[in-house]
Design a protein around this ligand. Sequence first.
Ligand SMILES: [Fe+2]
Ligand SMILES: [Fe+2]
Length: 169
Amino acid sequence: MRATEVLTAHHDELRSLLSELARLPGDRAVERQRVLDHLVDELSLHEQLEDEIFYPSVTAASPMVAVAHAEHRYLEDQVAVVVRTGPRRAGFDEEVRVLTAAVEHHAGHEESEMFTEVDAKLDADVLEDMGARIAARLEELRASRTTQLRLRVKREVLRRTPGGARRPR
Ligand SMILES: [Fe+2]
Ligand SMILES: [Fe+2]
């Protein structure tokens, strides 16, 4: 698979976790927390794959890379708000909606603009090779004890950081 296809498939995994989260009713807080933890981890891995492998390789092919880095930081901010709010608080659904819109804006923009440009400008062999590297790195990170620990600590730190309310914007 081309790198752009691997990343689009991973966007779809993020989308399905977000819709699973939106579908779970408020009285199923334990399941909501489980899906949220999974989502936070996968989103973090997705950004890592793009920041480490994909974006550096396509900077010349797409002017959108600079914007994309900034959008990742915004996604991380909103993830922090969702985690701090937590599935038992009243504002949770709204914060998940804000995160869903932000993910859709960013991933949709990547798919419709950046990936289209990259597919048009880079050789198919290069894209296939990059796709294999991204897929292998994703599996490696998912299986890594160190990564699992890092992600667990990250979630715990976010959860304990005071201030669940949405920041002004
Ligand atoms: Fe991205
Ligand atoms: Fe992406």
